[in-house]
Design a protein around this ligand. Structure first.
Ligand SMILES: C[C@H](O)[C@H](O)[C@H]1CNC2=NC(N)=NC(=O)C2=N1
Length: 114
């Protein structure tokens, strides 16, 4: 698909086609200061966080809310669930590392758990 007119994500035809760049070291460190519950994996240039809930019902409810956020943002987590535990990894495949989209999604996920 040609993307020559796709200079804004506000244009529905262009959803997901806007440029996304990997954060440089300085911007990444600054962003991670605001996400104290997330760990940075240098090898993958990804961030991760483990969430533990009372039971599977709580964990899956959380995953449902994250899925809706992710789909709206067209930015999706790598994750796994074992009963009451949800492990989330965020990185931007299109950029080959951490981008502002990961930071935005991490902040939105943090806001869900309060
Ligand atoms: C076409 C679509 O917009 C892209 O493949 C999106 C979908 N969700 C994504 N999610 C993540 N984590 N990284 C991406 O690069 C990405 N790209």
């Amino acid at each position: 698909m040609s993307s020559y007119r796709c200079d804004t994500q506000k244009n529905k035809r262009c959803k997901g086609t806007a440029m996304v760049e990997r954060l440089n070291d300085l911007d990444r460190d600054e962003a991670l200061d605001g996400l104290p519950d997330w760990d940075w994996d240098e090898g993958r240039d990804a961030i991760s966080r483990r969430f533990v809930f009372a039971d599977f019902n709580e964990a899956f409810g959380f995953m449902t809310r994250v899925a809706l956020l992710a789909e709206k943002a067209d930015h999706h987590p790598e994750w796994s669930n074992v009963w009451n535990r949800v492990d989330i990894v965020l990185t931007t495949h299109d950029a080959g590392g951490l981008s502002a989209r990961d930071i935005d999604l991490a902040e939105a996920i943090d806001a869900l758990v309060g």
